[in-house]
Design a protein around this ligand. Structure first.
Ligand code: PMP
Ligand code: GLN
Length: 382
């Protein structure tokens, strides 16, 4: 394995899920739901499968999906031409990798907000670029953007910034002020923003998802990325998309076409159907996840953890120190065996593990009975 990829031989999700399976533990580590997506979408996939949609779809994606993505983004007031400004990808993961491969090169720096989703560091490395992390800070009961640190991290070599809101793993949803600070840094320094909006529908308590591309000066320099997995409970389908200017989409497509060319042929019309007809289902999902967030957060507090409020996503973060532990990673590797619950240490998503050593991430996208059983088991830690 070449040196630049040596830090990335396995993922925390693969390892923790394997441990959970081996120990028969409840898996609150890897974020995936344990119920299916909307029936209409599943029927549409079956119809496509038996209706002959089983050969290569067009390179940029099936036209009905590109049209549905553009119509969906129009809800935010952003208008993309389905022909030239939308590209279907193999999940958000490929969209992020292809964007970095197409838009950054050796010598470039990419700003990454820490803690970061694990694929970002690997994809920046595959592009041969360098990451520079900007840590979130625990402030006013939430993890907030350190706008001073953001400005200070920019150098003459900075080319792009990766922005994930709603944010995995902290559950932070960036405020308009935080996004405005990011936009200002991008405009002032001529940076490209690559946004990961896979949790765009999973914002709680009446909060709002604000795409960075809607801020002044950002439409022309933002590659907006999302995917179907989290909105429609189909994380295994890996249907994602990119929306950007024709120039940026053409660049990302140049990389994407030699990674996978195309993928998910019969699933693309089903996701188009879901974007057009299942947003009421998504709203019910959002409300149900908000209840699950409360259920797990209260359970974790009752079990002795200190819990940061989560404003969105599948995840809640907890401080293990009130229980007498100092090292959340060490605890996470023991928990499946000792009490039958898997969680993920947040330090693995950082370049500064010492600063995040006490934080564990739990996924609440599970059935209520599963969450309740996990909480029962976690009480054994007291
Ligand atoms: N970004 C974030 C923040 C995620 O949590 C995930 C994982 N679900 C992805 C990207 C990957 O998305 P996809 O499965 O569509 O590739
Ligand atoms: N996005 C999911 C999480 O953060 C897992 C994705 C994966 O397994 N790579 O838990």
């Amino acid at each position: 394995l070449v040196p630049r990829l040596r830090p990335f031989t396995s993922t925390i999700f693969a390892e923790m899920t394997a441990l959970a399976v081996r120990t028969d533990a409840i898996n609150l580590g890897q974020g995936f739901p344990d119920t299916d997506g909307p029936a209409g979408m599943l029927h549409a996939a079956r119809e496509a499968l038996f209706g002959g949609a089983n050969q290569y779809p067009p390179g940029p994606g099936r036209p009905e999906l590109r049209a549905a993505v553009a119509a969906h983004r129009a809800r935010y007031g952003t208008h993309y031409d389905p022909e030239s400004e939308v590209l279907v990808t193999a999940g958000a993961t490929e969209a992020i990798a292809a964007s970095l491969l197409a838009l950054t090169q050796p010598g470039d720096e990419v700003l990454v907000i820490e803690p970061y989703y694990d694929s970002y560091a690997a994809s920046v490395a595959m592009a041969g670029a360098e990451r520079r992390v900007v840590p979130l800070i625990s402030e006013g009961g939430r993890f907030a953007l350190d706008t001073e640190a953001l400005r200070a991290a920019v150098t003459a070599r900075t080319r792009a910034i990766l922005v994930n809101s709603p944010h995995n793993p902290t559950g932070t949803v960036f405020t308009r002020d935080e996004l405005a600070a990011i936009a200002r840094v991008c405009v002032d320094n001529d940076l490209i923003a690559i946004t990961d909006e896979v949790y765009e529908h999973l914002v709680f308590d009446g909060g709002e998802h604000i795409p960075l591309a809607t801020l002044p000066g950002m439409a022309s320099r933002t590659v907006s990325i999302s995917s179907a997995g989290k909105s429609f409970n189909c994380t295994g389908w890996k249907i994602g998309w990119v929306c950007a200017t024709p120039e940026l989409v053409a660049a990302v497509k140049a990389a994407k076409q030699f990674l996978t060319f195309v993928s998910g042929g019969p699933l693309q019309p089903a996701v188009a159907y879901a974007l057009e007809h299942e947003l009421d289902w998504v709203e019910r999902l959002r409300l149900s996840l908000q209840h699950k967030r409360d259920r797990l957060s209260e359970g974790l507090r009752a079990a002795g953890f200190e819990v940061w409020p989560s404003a969105g996503t599948y995840f809640v973060c907890a401080d293990v120190r009130p229980l007498g532990f100092s090292d959340a990673a060490e605890l996470a590797w023991r928990l499946p065996e000792t009490i039958g619950v898997a969680a993920v240490p947040v330090s693995v998503f950082t370049d500064n593990p010492d600063q995040w050593r006490h934080v564990l991430r739990f996924a609440f996208c599970k059935r209520d009975d599963v969450l309740d059983e996990a909480i029962n088991r976690l009480h054994k830690l007291i």
